[in-house]
Design a protein around this ligand. Structure first.
Ligand code: HEM
Length: 476
């Protein structure tokens, strides 16, 4: 079945192990090797890792074909390592279609706009917490603060639960990060593809420990809300049949608890999978992306000044009136966010699996083949982004010139593409805008780092920065 792969170029492959010998080393090292391969083969290349044949795509046209073709909408084998089989991110295509349709309403415009006050409140808390760092005067990792903030946002918006003062919230942040790192360490290590083998490692035991910590915080919220909904249902059966109540948009957890399939509620395991998927996908990504944005602003004072001036012109001295309309006028901030997502896309590697044979370029790819896309590499290609592709330049996204210069639509995909793109991208954009606005209006940012430093990037579901998102702050 893998004979097709002989026609695709790629690094030397040995019997049984394939190219596994290339990926022996730390997480940073393996990610570096992956990125170098993507740079070397500009179109498409093949990797074999033990039993797996992986077709890697660098070309935006091929990427578009893979992400938009129905035959390629299963997720790659490594999403299984997340152990969230029913969640949107990893679910099999057939199940996913049903879930996505049921969950889409929880991300509609009306609901998102209603979250802005939550984003605002959580960001204020983050800014206040950061204040302590100013007194210490040392550079600190902004991610520590953004992670706590986005977790609070997701809990407040999707679970209707305030965890601001929960002393265990930090354990959840740490737990989610650790679980993602351990899961990712299996992707290029074929010895850990077998669940049986993995279960014998210390990483597995560590992952289980972290899971227990996370569940200890989230499960009580879930069970409490489930009981409340059941209670409300028995008390107002008549009211529930009322058309108006039925149509009212519901937050994510309520949507889940009210979902029906063939007249039955979802199983508790499904609900838990969806919930943990949203918490993970919603908080880790946004936290890391904002970590990159404020670190890049700290590195580029002239850009930071422009963002600050825009904030002043939109809000004056009163940052309490953050609204959807006001956020929409912060167009320079939007350029900054887009450029940060180009240079440091927090979901750098995504994968699919062919469900049936499909044509990719001039090849026919059989069913069951893994497709790997490296968004980080795509976003930094000189042929797509110019010779200065490695530099931070928000003017690239200036709306007055962008349309004219815009290249292939799939040369920029920070939120993925096709039917399985990010369900939370508008949520994420709004949350990021509010967070950055609050931080920049309170503090002047600087950093001891430059983009020329060895940044030690690695893949842990999200794109990790080994040196940390180090910043110094000074109150304005
Ligand atoms: C900066 C913020 C974010 C970035 C860069 C981002 C990026 C992505 C990307 C690239 C994918 C596609 C993954 C794939 O193809 O395998 C994705 C999927 C997803 N994201 Fe996001 N995301 C962000 C924020 C969020 C937020 C805030 C939520 C929820 C509140 C969310 C929930 C999801 C879910 C559920 C999926 C799976 C969708 C599906 O398969 O139907 N994301 N995200």
């Amino acid at each position: 079945a893998n004979r097709f792969a002989k026609d695709i170029p790629g690094p030397k492959s040995y019997p049984l192990i394939g190219c596994a010998h290339l990926f022996v080393g730390s997480e940073e090292y393996t990610f570096k090797v992956v990125c170098e391969l993507f740079r070397k083969y500009t179109h498409m290349f093949r990797l074999t890792l033990g039993p797996k044949t992986i077709v890697c795509l660098s070309d935006p046209e091929l990427i578009q074909q893979a992400l938009t073709t129905g035959a390629c909408q299963n997720k790659a084998f490594f999403y299984r390592f997340l152990e969230m089989d029913y969640g949107l991110v990893s679910a099999r295509y057939g199940d996913w279609k049903q879930y996505r349709k049921m969950l889409n309403p929880a991300f509609n415009q009306r609901i998102l706009v209603s979250f802005i006050s939550i984003f605002s409140r959580c960001s204020d808390t983050m800014v206040a917490r950061m204040g302590l760092e100013e007194q210490h005067g040392r550079p600190f990792d902004a991610l520590y603060y953004t992670a706590q903030c986005t977790l609070e946002m997701v809990c407040a918006s999707s679970l209707k639960s305030d965890i601001t003062n929960d002393p265990h919230a930090n354990l959840v942040c740490h737990g989610l990060e650790k679980i993602a790192a351990i899961m990712s360490s299996r992707v290029f290590n074929m010895l850990l593809y077998s669940d049986l083998f993995f279960a014998m490692t210390h990483r597995y035991r560590e992952m289980q420990r972290e899971r227990v910590q996370v569940k200890a915080v989230v499960d009580p919220i879930l069970f409490k809300r489930r009981d409340e909904i059941h209670q409300a249902r028995t008390e107002s059966v008549v009211e529930n049949q009322n058309e108006e109540t039925y149509r009212k948009p519901m937050v994510f957890l309520d949507q889940l608890l009210n979902m029906q399939r063939n007249g039955q509620e979802l199983a508790m395991e499904e609900i838990e999978n969806h919930l943990y998927t949203i918490i993970g996908a919603g908080s880790e990504t946004t936290a890391n992306q904002v970590g990159y944005i404020i670190w890049l602003l700290a590195m580029h004072p002239e850009v930071q000044d422009r963002v600050y001036k825009e904030i002043q012109s939109v809000y004056g001295a009163d940052l309490h009136n953050i609204s959807y309309e006001a956020l929409s006028t912060q167009t320079y901030l939007e350029q900054v966010i887009k450029e940060s997502m180009r240079l440091f896309p927090v979901a750098p590697l995504i994968g699919r699996e062919t469900i049936e044979p499909m044509t990719l370029g001039n090849m026919v790819i059989p069913a069951g083949v893994t497709i790997l896309i490296n968004i980080l590499n795509l976003h930094r290609r000189k042929d797509l982004w110019g010779d200065r592709a490695h530099l931070f330049d928000p003017d690239r996204f200036d709306p007055s010139t962008y349309e004219a210069r815009k290249g292939h639509p799939y040369s920029y995909i920070p939120f993925g593409g096709g039917p399985r793109n990010c369900i939370g991208y508008r949520y994420g954009m709004l949350a990021m805008k509010v967070m950055v606005t609050k931080v920049v209006s309170a503090y002047q940012l600087s950093t001891p780092l430059t983009l020329d430093n060895p940044l030690r990037l690695s893949f842990a579901v999200t794109l990790k920065l080994g040196v940390g998102h180090l910043i110094n702050i000074k109150r304005r």
